[in-house]
Design a protein around this ligand. Structure first.
Ligand code: PLP
Length: 418
């Protein structure tokens, strides 16, 4: 399909020209409360480049029709675009085959799918599921529900005060009863990058499968499911410059083939009668009902966009931003920094002594700076540190060093006012 793919940022691959990249994101060029918008809430969702917005609008203007269902021209066009997006996702995470790419509504649904279907088939009373103390609620609650249903036990890998997993504890917790290790690649509230390949190796040695929550990873670093050797990997489109309403589940075929469907309905069946329903093959077995195919197509475009800039370059640039932000925020003093792991990506979390996170967020908002405050859907992380929430600045490829200076100036004003 002829979508616009050439963008300002992609024309110039020799230098990381953030100003040109910013031209691709219309929403960034506005004022809030009379101040230039500084958007540092990218961990919650990223903004969309014009190429993604145009893909969605063009699709509805010219090509919309439901996928996989019609013999007519538009349906064929829509199906091709949708399946092309699946190919793009496969390439993006280096999955062996498109059959292993299942479209869902997002990371949360991908994890729920595995917790339900894997759980139904492979988890029994007395089995154990390992999660870490730094998981997003989306990678805790589905497993708790599974444990409740099947009489299994949820066990927790702790992290230390720097925000790194306690490796010895992880090793101690591993045993043949563990059926699944569900772990985040990058923590959304600490920024910690976990050593996934090492975790997978250890887990496999006791026969456990590994699900990787890559919601905060794929937009910041190259993710290769074959190199990681993980069994499942989940991420959300809206955090990687695509539309909301779409997510991905990657799984090894040896599991997906044996797992029962998660939901019943159109597209996941081959034939239906009142006596017997025959399920469709992969990946359709797990795609009941009408997938948000337009969002899936937008994800293909977003990935092309990101790859056009180059994820290694994005990672290197964002790493500099993160270091600069951490240094400058720390230099303000009278604060606690949450998450000082050796390897970090995406965000910096902190709290000024005696200033509520909510007040900090509200005050910098009036200065044009969008930060996130609260628990970041990681209440156990907050409990670990004995706080009710933190302030989080999270970065994307379009953020600049000047924006960090504006953030720091705004934070300095907050401090002066208290
Ligand atoms: N996991 C992590 C680490 C996240 O940061 C998030 C969202 O913030 C999720 C899971 C849930 O993602 P979604 O709401 O897109 O399903």
């Amino acid at each position: 399909m002829a979508y616009p793919t050439q963008t300002a940022a992609m024309e110039d691959l020799d230098t990381f020209d953030v100003q040109r990249i910013r031209e691709d994101f219309p929403i960034l060029h506005q004022k809030v409360y009379g101040k230039p918008l500084v958007y540092l809430d990218n961990g919650a969702t990223t903004q969309k480049p014009s190429v993604v917005i145009d893909t969605i609008a063009d699709f509805y203007r010219q090509r919309n029709s439901n996928i996989h269902r019609g013999v007519h021209y538009l349906s064929d066009q829509a199906t091709t675009a949708f399946e092309d997006a699946r190919k793009t996702v496969r390439r993006f995470i280096n999955a062996p085959h498109e059959r292993q790419i299942i479209f869902t509504r997002g990371t949360t649904e991908s994890i729920n799918l595995v917790a339900f279907s894997f759980g139904e088939r492979f988890v029994n009373a007395g089995d154990e599921i390992l999660v870490s103390e730094m998981e997003h609620h989306s990678n805790i609650v589905p497993w708790q529900m599974l444990c409740e249903r099947r009489g299994a036990k949820l066990r927790v890998i702790p992290f230390d005060d720097k925000g790194e997993l306690v490796w010895e504890k992880f090793e101690e917790l591993l045993n043949p009863r563990v059926k699944m290790v569900a772990i985040t690649f990058v923590s959304n509230s600490l920024g910690t990058v976990n050593p996934i390949a090492r975790i997978v190796e250890k887990a496999h040695a006791v026969g456990a499968a590994v699900l990787v929550d890559a919601a905060q990873a794929v937009q910041h670093k190259v993710v290769d499911v074959q190199a990681l050797d993980c069994d499942f990997l989940a991420f959300s489109g809206h955090k990687v410059y695509a539309s909301t309403g779409i997510g991905v589940l990657y799984g090894k075929e040896k599991w997906l083939e044996r797992m029962p469907p998660y939901q019943g309905g159109g597209d996941m069946i081959k034939s239906v009668s009142f006596e017997k329903t025959v399920f469709n093959e992969l990946p359709f077995k797990f795609e009941a009902g009408t997938v948000d195919y337009v969002a899936a197509i937008s994800l293909g475009t977003a990935i092309d966009y990101l790859e056009g800039i180059g994820l290694e370059r994005v990672e290197a640039y964002e790493d500099q931003l993160l270091r600069y932000a951490t240094e400058r925020i720390t230099s303000l003093g009278d604060l606690r920094l949450f998450g000082q792991a050796r390897e970090k990506a995406g965000s910096v979390s902190f709290l000024f002594d005696g200033i509520h996170h909510y007040d900090t967020g509200l005050m910098v908002d009036k200065m044009g700076v969008a930060l996130r405050t609260g628990t970041h859907c990681t209440e156990p992380v907050m409990q670990h540190f004995g706080v009710t929430g933190t302030v989080r600045a999270s970065f994307a490829l379009y953020n600049t060093f000047e924006e960090i200076d504006i953030l720091v100036e705004a934070l300095a004003r907050v401090k002066r006012m208290f």
